[in-house]
Design a protein around this ligand. Structure first.
Ligand SMILES: Cc1cc2nc3c(=O)[nH]c(=O)nc-3n(C[C@H](O)[C@H](O)[C@H](O)COP(=O)(O)OP(=O)(O)OC[C@H]3O[C@@H](n4cnc5c(N)ncnc54)[C@H](O)[C@@H]3O)c2cc1C
Ligand code: FES
Length: 262
């Protein structure tokens, strides 16, 4: 875990309220795991004194060398609004990589990846690192859902990884007009996966966990909670486990779905 001043490499609007920001970082981020996150603090203390958590969306590598990390974020409040205004060369305080990421044993070949809204951010890193390790993702499938076509991100990037993609939107503006979990269940009935990996709103993760249990498929979910410190000091990120509270920043944010009450 490293605390450092990062420089903004780029900041691009990629949809109605979504941005991709590239940040310089220490070379050690080359060892970051999909699902891990960083805490970002803006230098403008008026916006917020608390840092904010963001998943690592991808590693920026050029000529075999780590150049930085990319975040994909949605503007929802003061910090993300301010982040969207950052320009190349601006400085941010970052702390990371933090938390536990997805753990994918080699024995799991058929993997279903389920994304809801901005939950796609860590799942692109997961899918691209699977592609790097396995070369062939023909046994894996991506189920991606959002409110409308404006909330379905990274389709072109995923297509380049040669993974089968199914989309669902609440308003039917892209893909099937249904919940992404409906697509997941149909996919499981057709060809049961070895593992499900999911990230999205808590209600969606709860539905994914119940489906996984019903079909006895191992499942890992990445949970988004409020986080004030990211390092186990504030107890603000507590999530209900089966018999005790767990800390999303240290015990997660990726959990085996069976240990959570969601
Ligand atoms: C491990 C982790 C990884 C994350 N990765 C990403 C990412 O890759 N991209 C991204 O866009 N966002 C991500 N988030 C969510 C992001 O941290 C919040 O959107 C951000 O903190 C909002 O800050 P703000 O000041 O703009 O909004 P605020 O003013 O703090 O909040 C605006 C609204 O969003 C809600 N909110 C804020 N934070 C969260 C949260 N963590 N979970 C649920 N609701 C929240 C608030 O209740 C409020 O309604 C992640 C959160 C966690 C815990
Ligand atoms: S965010 Fe402070 S303990 Fe988890």
């Amino acid at each position: 875990m490293l605390q450092e001043k990062a420089k903004v490499l780029f900041n691009k609007k990629v949809g109605h309220s979504y941005f991709r920001i590239g940040l310089t970082c220490h070379n050690d981020y080359a060892k970051a795991k999909p699902g891990q996150f960083i805490m970002v603090r803006l230098s403008d203390q008026k916006t917020s004194i608390l840092p904010r958590p963001f998943s690592i969306h991808r590693l920026i590598v050029a000529n075999g060398r780590m150049r930085g990390i990319e975040l994909l974020f949605k503007v929802v409040g003061g910090c993300t609004e301010k982040l969207s205004k950052c320009r190349r060369g601006d400085s941010l305080d970052i702390l990371g990589p933090l938390g536990r990421g997805f753990i994918i044993p080699d024995k799991y070949q058929r993997i279903f990846i389920v994304s809801g809204g901005i939950g796609v951010a860590p799942l692109f890193f997961l899918t691209s690192s699977l592609r790097t390790k396995r070369a062939d993702l023909s046994t894996c499938e991506l189920f991606i859902g959002g409110r409308s076509k404006h909330d379905i991100l990274c389709i072109d990037d995923f297509s380049k990884l040669d993974i089968t993609i199914s989309t669902a939107t609440d308003d039917g503006s892209l893909g099937r007009k249904c919940l992404v979990t409906d697509l997941l269940e149909t996919g499981i009935k057709e060809n049961r996966p070895d593992l499900i990996c999911a990230c999205g709103p808590v209600a969606m993760l709860g539905a994914v966990a119940r489906i996984a249990k019903r079909y006895a498929v191992p499942c890992q979910v990445s949970i988004e909670t409020m986080m004030a410190c990211g390092i186990g000091a504030c107890l603000g990120c507590a999530v209900k486990g089966l018999d005790k509270y767990l800390h999303a920043c240290m015990d997660g944010p990726v959990f085996d779905a069976t240990v959570l009450k969601i």
